[in-house]
Design a protein around this ligand. Structure first.
Ligand code: 13P
Ligand code: SF4
Length: 365
């Protein structure tokens, strides 16, 4: 078999040349290949996706795909989920291995185990606390949830997952995104003072035993750096300028942004809602720039205006790592029978992680 082609040969190829190679490789690979693209991918990559979606939709697509090769234009945790849900039987490929998620990196197994041990000084976590991990997390954290009666959630099913969790145990430990946990809890009617913040840099999360005993949700102190760029004053200004405008935000935004928005939901929800709006509607959208720019261009001819929430340019820099050069490199290798950048989750992690993912897919279907 030929040796794998090296990325160096592709790094300096112009985008147009990469496009031609990608199109040709897709034609040769046919149904043996599925290219999945998250909504935050840049246009140059997104246009090559066979399927696009939010994290939930993409995991379902991966689980139901019978393609031999799944090339995931997204970030590392998404490719891990695809590998877990396909039982390691497909070649799941992440074109650039450096495409991680800074929020997912804010929690790790050592810190979560330490938290669980510290909680056990105050209560019996295996009886009283459901661990819930946002899908934006490493596979071993999903496995931790699977092994401790817990579950995974995405931005589109967090409420259903929390309802399921509270029907089993009285408290939830929610990681790594404090905002998704708080925004969802608040919409379910849980008072803010019953949602405490676990600062993983401090002993006992910086909390007193009594605060832990009274809490309904213990929120990990993680956040998305992209969504940190949106502020309530952006909404105030928009409402002043466009009094009949609508505001829609992703639940990774902080509490005040979500509270001041008319609609809050996943990337797929944002697209669906704006696409369904009548001509003459004006939107302010609080999520990643590539999605918003594409939506703006799509809706303009329909008479719907779409504006990005922040005056700053803010993209997900890790999503941005997947470029046409890496995609062309990956696909050219597949054509020559070489699988590069395969994501494989070890079975001892994949099995309990799958248990937590399967529960999520069952609970909120
Ligand atoms: P969605 O599941 O709403 O697409 O969000 C995924 C995500 O966090 C990417 O940041
Ligand atoms: Fe992670 Fe935020 Fe990028 Fe989503 S937008 S992948 S949460 S860093």
């Amino acid at each position: 078999m030929a040796a794998a082609l090296k990325i160096d040969r592709f790094n300096l190829l112009p985008d147009e040349d990469c496009d031609a190679r990608i199109v040709a490789a897709k034609k040769i690979l046919g149904k043996r290949l599925a290219v999945l693209g998250h909504h935050y991918q840049r246009d140059e990559v997104f246009k090559h996706a066979d399927f696009s979606g939010d994290s939930l939709k993409l995991s379902q697509m991966a689980a139901n795909s019978d393609a031999e090769h799944i090339v995931f234009c997204g970030v590392h945790f998404m490719a891990e989920v695809a590998d877990i849900l396909t039982f390691g039987e497909r070649n799941v490929i992440l074109p650039d291995l450096a495409a991680g998620c800074s929020m997912a990196d804010m929690a790790n197994l050592v810190k979560v185990r330490k938290c669980w041990n510290e909680l056990s000084e105050v209560l019996d976590p295996d009886q009283k606390v459901t661990p819930v991990t946002y899908i934006n997390s490493a596979a071993d954290l999903k496995a931790f949830c699977g092994s401790h009666g817990g579950i995974v959630c995405t931005s589109s099913n967090a409420r259903g997952v929390l309802e399921w969790s509270f029907s089993r145990r009285e408290k939830v430990l929610f990681f790594p995104d404090q905002h998704l946990g708080r925004n969802t809890g608040h919409r379910m009617g849980i008072p803010l003072e019953e949602m405490v913040l676990w600062d993983f840099t401090k002993p006992m999360g910086g909390l007193k035993p009594d605060e832990i005993r009274k809490a309904k949700i213990i929120l990990w102190k993680g956040f998305c750096s992209v969504h940190q760029m949106f502020h309530p004053n952006h909404i105030v200004k928009f409402r002043r300028d466009v009094p009949d405008g609508k505001v829609i935000s992703h639940p990774e935004n902080d509490f005040e942004v979500c509270e001041n928005s008319d609609y809050v939901g996943s990337t797929e929800y944002i697209l669906r809602t704006v696409r369904a709006s009548p001509a003459g509607t004006h939107w302010l959208v609080g999520t990643e720039l590539n999605l918003v720019n594409r939506l703006r261009d799509e809706m303009k001819p329909k008479g719907v205006t779409v504006q990005f929430m922040s005056p700053m340019v803010c993209m997900c820099s890790t999503m941005f790592r997947t470029d046409p050069q890496h995609l062309a490199w990956t696909l050219d290798n597949l054509v020559t029978g070489q699988v590069v950048n395969r994501i494989q989750v070890p079975q001892e992690i994949a099995d309990p992680a799958r248990a937590a993912l399967d529960l999520m897919l069952e609970v909120v279907d």
